[in-house]
Design a protein around this ligand. Structure first.
Ligand SMILES: *[C@@H]1O[C@H](CO)[C@@H](O)[C@H](O)[C@H]1NC(C)=O
Ligand SMILES: *[C@@H]1O[C@H](CO)[C@@H](O)[C@H](O)[C@H]1NC(C)=O
Length: 194
C-alpha cells in the first residue's frame, strides 16, 4: 500500500500549500493557481479540463503538485459542505485526490483523499469531500493534488451545503495551523469548470 500515514500527509499539505505557490498563473482561469511541494516537477494547466501531470521519475512520496483555488467561504460558514468534482487519471503510480481544506485562525481541517486514493487509470468519476466549515472559518481551499507520478484531470467542481444528519464527513483530520482571512480573497468559488 502506498498510503501515507496521517501525520506525514498532514505535515505535507499543511506546510506546502501555505507557503509554496508558483507565480505561473498566466494560462489558468481566474481563481486557480499552482502549488505543491515541487511544483516544478508538474505541468499544470487548463486544457479542456484542469490537469496536473508529473515529469518522469519524481520522488514518491516526497513530491506533489496541486492545482487549487481559495476563497472566503462566506456562504458556507457554520455549514457542512460537500465538494464534488469529476476526476480522470492516467498511470498514477503515486496517488491523487480531490483536495478540500478549511482554515480558521488556529486550526485547519483537511481532506486530501489519502485514505481513499485515486491510483492507476480511471475514466471520469465523481469524487467528494465533505467537511464542516466552522462559523469562524477564514479560508476554503480546494482542487486536485497528485503525489508522485502520473496525470490527473479535474472538471465540473461543485459546492453544496448538506444535512449533517444525512451526510457523513469524509475525513476527520484536524491540525493546528490556520490562516487569517485575506482582504483580497474571492468571496465565492469561480470557474468551477475549465
Ligand atoms: C501508461 O503506462 C504504461 C506502462 O508503463 C505505458 O505503456 C503507457 O503508454 C502509459 N500510457 C500513457 C497514456 O502514458
Ligand atoms: C455515517 O456514519 C455512521 C457511523 O459510522 C454510519 O452508521 C452511517 O451509515 C453513515 N451514514 C451514511 C449516510 O453513510
Amino acid at each position: 500500500m502506498k498510503y501515507l500515514n496521517l501525520n506525514f500527509a498532514l505535515l505535507f499539505f499543511t506546510i506546502f500549500i501555505q507557503f509554496i505557490q508558483v507565480g505561473l498563473t498566466q494560462h489558468l482561469p481566474e481563481g486557480w493557481f499552482r502549488a505543491g511541494s515541487h511544483p516544478e516537477n508538474y505541468m499544470m494547466g487548463p486544457g479542456s479540463s484542469g490537469y496536473v501531470k508529473s515529469i518522469p521519475s519524481v520522488e514518491f512520496p516526497y513530491s506533489y503538485g496541486t492545482l487549487i483555488q481559495s476563497f472566503f467561504p462566506k456562504a458556507y460558514l457554520g455549514k457542512r459542505v460537500r465538494l464534488s468534482g469529476f476526476v480522470k487519471s492516467n498511470n498514477v503510480t503515486g496517488w491523487a485526490g480531490l483536495l478540500m481544506r478549511v482554515d480558521t485562525l488556529s486550526k485547519l481541517y483537511l481532506d486530501t483523499m489519502y485514505r481513499r486514493p485515486i491510483t492507476g487509470n480511471n475514466d471520469w468519476t465523481v469524487y467528494e469531500d465533505v467537511l464542516e466549515v466552522p462559523i469562524i472559518a477564514t479560508k476554503l481551499t480546494f482542487g486536485i493534488s497528485l503525489v508522485g507520478e502520473g496525470e490527473v484531470w479535474l472538471d465540473e467542481c461543485k459546492f453544496e451545503i448538506v444535512d449533517p444528519t444525512k451526510v457523513n464527513l469524509t475525513e476527520l483530520t484536524a491540525a493546528d495551523g490556520g490562516v487569517e482571512a485575506s482582504p483580497n480573497a474571492l468571496q465565492e468559488p469561480i470557474n468551477l469548470s475549465f
